[in-house]
Design a protein around this ligand. Structure first.
Ligand code: SAH
Length: 207
């Protein structure tokens, strides 16, 4: 997966490639999909949600350009816990927020099984609202699609840090990187992607 799919598609950061190599993705997918766990594709998890495609996980992680040491990262949308595990394997401490309690509990069990739970704090709720008293963060990832930047998260980013999130329509989004530079915010488009909907006020209208 790492050599043929990630490096071949342009993931260059050796720390990200090593973290992707270290985390056993098959422990984060439902039993029925274990045989496909290392395919470069998103897969269904419970509650109608998905575990992201490995390339997108690697791309989002790389785009954070995290400092070495023990950076603190916020993830909105825990899902399976796989993205949080990759961040933790890279050395980060992770605060991850999940809207659906059952998924948060399952992610907790998977993170414990791979020995990374001590680096990850899982919170049930709306991650776009900002977490009281936590941060500032060395990077923020939103792993569900919406139409708006969750503004409450921006002041929680350290200077020089980035927020990476999918923005667009329900069927198609662009992966956007917002970097908190010395001269202000710099926005960069990292390419097309497709995520499940972000819930709450920053998401698309509820059906
Ligand atoms: N990062 C995940 C994939 C996430 S799928 C992984 O590695 O597996 C998107 C997840 O975001 C879903 O589980 C969904 O329930 C959750 N979600 C959607 N809106 C949210 C919100 N406002 N706050 C927290 N979680 C949210």
């Amino acid at each position: 997966m790492v050599a043929e799919q990630l490096a071949a598609q342009g993931i260059r950061c050796s720390r990200v490639l090593a973290a992707m190599r270290d985390v056993p993705r098959h422990l984060f997918v439902p039993r029925a999909y274990v045989a496909q766990a290392y395919d470069d594709t998103a897969l269904g998890i419970d509650c109608g949600q998905t575990i992201s495609q490995p390339y997108i996980v690697a791309r989002m992680t790389e785009a954070l350009e995290l400092p070495t040491g023990e950076p603190l990262v916020l993830e909105v949308g825990t899902g399976s816990g796989y993205q949080a595990a990759v961040l933790a394997a890279l050395g980060a401490r992770v605060v991850t927020v999940e809207w659906i309690e059952a998924l948060a509990r399952r992610a907790e069990a998977a993170l414990a099984a791979v020995g990374l739970l001590d680096r990850v704090r899982i919170i049930v709720g709306d991650g776009t609202a900002g977490i009281d008293g936590a941060g500032p963060y060395d990077g923020i990832l939103v792993t569900a699609g919406g139409a708006q930047i969750p503004r409450a998260l921006l002041p929680r980013l350290c200077p020089g840090a980035a927020l990476v999130l999918p923005l667009g329509e329900p069927g198609h989004q662009e992966l956007v990187r917002l970097h908190r530079g010395e001269q202000g915010w710099v926005e960069e488009n990292l390419g097309g992607c497709r995520f499940v909907p972000l819930r709450g006020p920053c998401g698309w209208e509820e059906e």
